[in-house]
Design a protein around this ligand. Sequence first.
Ligand SMILES: *Cc1c(COP(=O)(O)O)cnc(C)c1O
Length: 408
Amino acid sequence: MMNRIWLTLIMFSFLAGPVFADEIPKDRLDRFAAQVIDQGGRAIGYPANQDTGLKEFYQWYLGSGLYGVVMNNAGNPRKQSSYVMQTHQFENEVIDFFAPLYGFDPQDTWGIVTFSGTDGNNHGIYFGVKYLLAKTKMRPVIYVSADAHYSIKKLADLQNLEMKLVPTDRLGRMIIPEFEKALDPRKPALVVVAMGTTFKGAIDDQAAIDAVIKKINPPAVYRHLDAALFGGYLPFSVHKDIVNRKQVRFDSIAVSGHKFFGLDEPMGIFITTREVLNNQNPFNVAYLNDAVPTITCSRSALGALKFWWKVKKTGRAGYERQAAEILARTGYLKAALDKIGYPAWMNQYSNTVFFKRPGHGIMEKWGLAPEEDARLGGKLAHCIILQHATKKTIDLFIADLKSDMTRK
Ligand SMILES: *Cc1c(COP(=O)(O)O)cnc(C)c1O
């Protein structure tokens, strides 16, 4: 009896209209948006290209009516899925666009559009462990530089791996004799190569790492490239060989979509070989019509579609132009810092300049990230030059630094 009354009451409240719904406070949202957009022009402290240029995409999207349905890219994009409301065809074209740029052969490529660089690293480490297990029946030791992104350390912990953190030099590069000391000849090795560390933009010396591997000769080796930021522009630059697996050996690569490529939300790509994929021994999931190699089940269909749009719109020539521009402007920033005698450093092939940390006001105004390194005099900050950071922006930043110097 009581239940019936409750049920009637609940039904009544639904029929009576949206009792719990509230007016959307548009003013508040508009103020919030204006504030975020204003900060975008000065955002040179974090690796996000603020020139997204996605207006046309959103206009098309609204007109298409797709906002009214749920799409989901669950499953293997290279296999016919029984779930039809997905964008696998576009996802595959994104991977097909990038794979040859990193030296993967079209017939020997497998990859996905990920949720982020971290998601790509997670797949790289997971695939690496499974691959090495299949080859040697042993779990590997993971080797990564002390300057590598924290996500690698967290993911190694998550996957319960024995990890060896290899010390780095003052520019953030793995010290090769230390790697040699750490490398265990009895266990398979999963090496995560830093292709541009987050703070200093350091690139590990892949040829030297290879020479050590050859000398120590562990039972099997898997190399994953964490190229979250640098993997965006390097294949479009004159330095493209250092991310080309025909020139340097690696088994998988992860790149972020929201750093260089210009997507407006966290996204990325993960690419590996068929040989790696075929050594995963995944579980069969009948309702998705296949063995699913991905760690995540549901994946963003809208993200993959947006990525496809971005790649179509920009094209190889567009990204090549952007890569040349950001590298030239990074050089311009470094030269400007040198000219005013401000202590600053940068690595080869890098779009990241790090320097003595300025005053709090500058850190806040320009949205800079802090770091410390006693070898470089203590407190540091860095700038990451991406498409939206024009010469004018850099000049304004330098002018601020100059007045900060005279104030002290
Ligand atoms: C940004 C970054 C990551 C993390 O990528 P997300 O896309 O933010 O998850 C990993 N490694 C490096 C070197 C990075 O710069």
